[in-house]
Design a protein around this ligand. Structure first.
Ligand SMILES: [Zn+2]
Length: 60
């Protein structure tokens, strides 16, 4: 019974960790356009979809 609880706990930890890593990776590699929500690569200075300037917070 305790083994089941432990494996469920491990599974939850792995899921949460992967979600955190994925969101961290997305935030590190991409900027989300403030006006249309398109993900743009960090090196882009303007949105590839609507042309609005991105990267308002470059050092975060
Ligand atoms: Zn845009």
């Amino acid at each position: 019974m305790r083994d089941t609880l432990l494996s469920v706990l491990v599974l939850v930890v792995i899921l949460v960790a992967s979600a955190v890593i994925t969101s961290w990776f997305a935030r590190t590699m991409y900027n989300r356009c403030a006006s249309c929500g398109t993900l743009n690569a960090k090196r882009r200075t303007h949105c590839r979809s609507c042309g609005v300037e991105t990267g308002s917070s470059p050092k975060r």
